[in-house]
Every structure is written in C-alpha cells, then in structure tokens.
Ligand binder design. Structure first.
Ligand SMILES: NC(=O)c1ccc[n+]([C@@H]2O[C@H](COP(=O)([O-])OP(=O)(O)OC[C@H]3O[C@@H](n4cnc5c(N)ncnc54)[C@H](O)[C@@H]3O)[C@@H](O)[C@H]2O)c1
Length: 345
C-alpha cells in the first residue's frame, strides 16, 4: 500500500525543509508535496535537509506557487493528505509594506482553513512569538501564557495574529453550535535556530550569526549590554512539536512552541565561545534609537498548555541545542571551506 501524503507549504524554507526530511525519516514511504514560491526558500534546503536526515534523495513533488494560487479544496480532495503543514510566509520581519505582508501571509489562510475543515484534514500552521509584541510578562521577565498575545510590534506579527484570530473565531462558532472543533493547531514558534537556516541571511538566528562571527575570527557583536533575552528553541524540537500536532488525540488550539527558557544574547555568545574553545570578549554597540520601542527585549514561552494539549515537552535545553549546533556549524564550515558571508547582529 502506498504511504501517506503530506502537504508542506514553505517546505523549501529553513523549518519547512527540516520538517519534510523528518517526515520522510519517520515514514519513508510518505509522499510529500511542497508548496513554495521560493521567495526565501531554495531547492538546496530540501536537498541538504534530506542529506542530514539520511533519507536519500528527495523524491516528493514541488509546486512552485504561492499558497494563494493553489485551489485548496480540489487539491485536498485529489491528494487526500494525512495532514497539511502550513509554514509558507514572508518571514522577513523588516518588510514594512503592510498590504503586501497581509496579502501574502494572512489572506490565503481562510481558504486553507476552509478546505481542511471541509475535507476533515488536520492542519498545523506556523504562528509566531511576534504575536505577543511586548506584553507585561516581558517586563516582569516571566513566561508568556498564550492569552498574553495580540499586541504585536510589527506587521509581520500582526499578519500571524490575524491567522490566530481566524482560528479563534472558528472555534467559537463550533462551541456555540455544540460541534467539535476541527483539527487545527497553530504553533507560535519562538526564536528557532538550527541547521538549514543559512539562506535566511540577516533573518538567521543569533546563534548562527554569533558563531559565524567567531569562526571568521571576529569578536561577537551584541546590542548593549547583551541582556536582552529570547526563547531560543532548537529546530529539532520545533519539527517534533509540529509533526506531533497533527497526531490524533491532540486538543485543537493555538500553542506556544519554544524551549520554555529565556536565553540572553550574552549567554548565546558565551556558549558559542565555550563550544569553540575560544577566549574572546563580546563587543557591545548601541541599539539604534528607532528600534528601541518595537524591540522584543524579552520573550519566553510558557509551555504548560502545549504539554497538556499536545502532550509535547521540549527535548533540548537551549544550552545543549546551542552547543550541538555550534559544533555542527564549525564542522560544516571546515567541510565546505568557504567564507560564510555572516553579517553583524
Ligand atoms: N525561524 C523562526 O525563528 C520563526 C519564528 C516564528 C515563526 N516562524 C514561522 O515559521 C515558518 C517558517 O519560517 P522559516 O524560519 O523556515 O523561514 P523561511 O523564510 O526559511 O521559510 C519560509 C518559506 O515560505 C516560502 N514562502 C513565502 N511566501 C510564500 C507563499 N506566499 N506561498 C508559498 N511559499 C511561500 C519561502 O519561499 C520559504 O521557503 C514561517 O511561517 C515563519 O513565519 C519562524
């Protein structure tokens, strides 16, 4: 019997390609259909992710289109996927064209939701910690419960918040009608790092940037005085949580997807210095004034709802994940022996 089919939008991107490879590792006979417009994705992410996961060459299909161009209902009827993972989005948080951001990230979502509901297909989609903006929990340096979201600091976060809001509306309608909620899970990814992110350039994680600065023989550069802290989460955990969210028996909802730990930028720099066995001082520079009001100075995922509703707990501490990844970057650079093109923070 043929294996299951999965649709992964954004499957040529950083997280999407890792997700595709892990699906194939778990179910070698699965057929994966990637829908990606290659705005920031690349075929090379898929090739490399399959290589890392040792699943052989990618043998799925690729639809090189925007998610907005797909006729979702007929596609789901024809393909009968076991699940849809929707990760395709503008991921550059410095895109300030509001109309473009909402047209790309939010507008196609209603069609995807409708088609999944009508065909009874589980849907897992990527939301973001950017939906939180700067809640009071951040000032108190406490974990963010899911209820604290809704005041994003940029239009990227707003585009993701509108997706969550659409799902909340749908759930409310189901509750009012006494119907079960459809299998839809939104995951608010926090700061994800790990293999396969290099093509994100300036949008790659701080772990990637700081490690490459060090390997380029430079001092790691941070905004004064490195105390800003973010929930840094290893892509391996993000992929596990994402796949697990499509399993039978999970409670539909919108959940945090982080490590549950806030890691300061100083901690990242020191962890990278230690993992590389170097003796280097961090260099601090002033954050541009215009960035201060909208900068997320602190994020931390409260993972208790994900534990209860999805049965998921992170397997990697940020410290272990960073050490693992820094070693991987060092080895990868040694293998490739080419300059990284790393940029400053
Ligand atoms: N990496 C993180 O730290 C992080 C944090 C929060 C949320 N997210 C979300 O996770 C998802 C994956 O992000 P990533 O880090 O892998 O970024 P990425 O840029 O590497 O991947 C996004 C992929 O989506 C594709 N894409 C963009 N617009 C599309 C469209 N309209 N139709 C089809 N494909 C489209 C891109 O070409 C790319 O392959 C995104 O939805 C992002 O918003 C990521």
């Amino acid at each position: 019997m043929a294996g299951p089919t999965y649709i992964v939008t954004g499957g040529a991107g950083f997280i999407g390609a890792n997700l595709v490879a892990e699906l194939l590792r778990r179910e070698p006979d699965a057929h994966v259909v990637v829908v990606d417009n290659f705005r920031t994705g690349s075929y090379a992410n898929l090739v490399e992710a399959c290589d890392r996961a040792e699943v052989g060459a990618f043998r799925g299909s690729v639809q090189p289109d925007s998610v907005a161009d797909l006729s979702w209902q007929p596609a789901l009827v024809a393909l009968a996927p076991k699940a849809v993972f929707h990760l395709g989005a503008i991921t550059d948080t410095l895109v300030f064209d509001e109309k473009e951001m909402l047209a790309e990230n939010t507008e196609p979502f209603a069609d995807i939701v409708d088609a999944c509901v009508e065909t009874g297909t589980p849907l897992v989609y990527a939301s973001s910690a950017a939906t939180y903006g700067s809640p009071s929990q951040g000032d108190a340096r406490e974990p963010f419960p899911e209820s604290a979201a809704g005041k994003p600091n940029n239009v990227y976060g707003f585009s993701k918040w509108l997706m969550d809001a659409e799902v909340f509306r749908l759930f409310d309608q189901c509750d009012a009608a006494g119907e079960p909620r459809p299998h839809i899970v939104g995951l608010r990814y926090f700061n994800v790092f790990g293999p396969g992110e290099a093509r994100k350039g300036t949008m790659a994680s701080m772990v990637w940037h700081l490690t490459n600065q060090l390997l380029d023989g430079k001092r790691p550069r941070l905004f004064e005085f490195g105390e800003h802290a973010r929930d840094q989460v290893y892509v391996k955990d993000i992929v596990s949580q994402t796949i697990g969210s499509a399993s039978e028996g999970v409670t539909p909802g919108v959940y945090n997807a982080g490590s549950g730990v806030a890691t300061s930028f100083n901690d990242i720099a020191h962890a990278a210095i230690a993992a590389l066995g170097l003796d280097v001082e961090v260099e601090y520079f002033r954050m541009p004034d215009e960035m201060v009001p909208t900068y997320q100075h602190y994020t931390c995922a409260d993972m208790s709802a994900a534990r209860d509703g999805l049965g998921f707990s992170p397997g990697w501490t940020p410290a272990d994940g960073i050490a693992d990844y820094v070693g991987w970057i060092r080895d990868e650079r040694a293998r490739a022996s080419v300059p990284s093109g790393a940029t400053s923070a």
